[in-house]
Design a protein around this ligand. Sequence first.
Ligand code: TTP
Ligand code: MG
Length: 356
Amino acid sequence: MQIIMLIDMDYFFVACEELRHPEVKDKPTIVGFDPKHGEGRGVVMTCNYLARKFGIKSGMPISQAYRLKPDAVYLPLDYDFYEEKSREVMKVVKAFADRFEQVSVDEAFIDVSKKAKGYDEAIGYAKTIKDEVKEKTGLPCSIGISTNKLMAKMACEAGKPDGVKLVKEEEAKEFLKSKELDDLYGIGKKTKEKLEAMGYRTVGDLAKANTMELMEKFGSFGVEIRKYANGMDESKVEENYEVKSIGRETTFEKDTTDTQTIINAIKRLSAEVIDEVKSAGLTFKVVTVKLRYGDFTERLKSRSIRRSDDPDDLISNSVDLYLRYSNKAKLMRKIGVRVSDLTKARGQKKIGEFTR
Ligand code: TTP
Ligand code: MG
């Protein structure tokens, strides 16, 4: 029997901030854009569980969060710090794994089939991992355990926060039965709407769906989600090594301060980046803009967004980063657009070999 675990850090960005601001620990805390007393634009990246009690969540406009809880603690995003912590966490987790696959900044699958024999041992092993992560990095995580990646992920969600949750192979169908369609890995808003139009309401309905009908509507993806709905997933934990990125840069023919020229360049570069992202079947989560001025000083500005492969997301975020952070008085020599934290669009793989 395979034993697969998903380790997912709890309220990751805020948990990282707690390490250096212990005073926020008992307060509702949000990492995201400046709320500017309710006038701020941009979104909540994440928040701790105290803030979630007030209805605040990732992706919500920061102005809405401010209306819900104006006296929460609002902290700015420091992606470099979270990546540093992520590397520490992953190093600890990897040491416990037969096979290790990082899937985002704060989650990794591990195959521990050789190290933990049977469910009882697996639970003990997961608790050891959790304690070790806490001890070495100071950060809390949750661990889902099952016999495949899909169910390990679903178990982890159910065990959050600060939990170790096992779903045995024979319990998987029952566990999934009453879940909402978009609770199931692989099903987003659009697929959910299509499935609902076909009369399916829950994951249990999908598990019993007519395969031919799903094939007609979704092709092989239909067969895949029906398998998921039955708790089945054959994908392996695939070793990976580092996070890579896809980027393009251009040097202006003449150094320029003209905003429109620069924005046009960003749009063109973004389109090229998206072409490569899509042809590789990837999605991205981090957008970085590189600004190099005529005096050769350089600025790199990054932002973590909702996972996407949409050109509009890349263009709007990179243009916004440029508008916010560039020094308009200085001549611009070169500009670059880059995406990172890459994952297969529907798989769970983090992809390596696309840097230029
Ligand atoms: P998640 O694991 O989805 O969220 P979380 O770790 O904050 O909370 P929990 O797992 O306990 O539910 O995402 C990991 C980090 O990624 C999160 O701390 C912030 C960041 N993030 C974004 O930048 N944008 C997003 O839309 C989401 C959902 C997360
Ligand atoms: Mg997390």
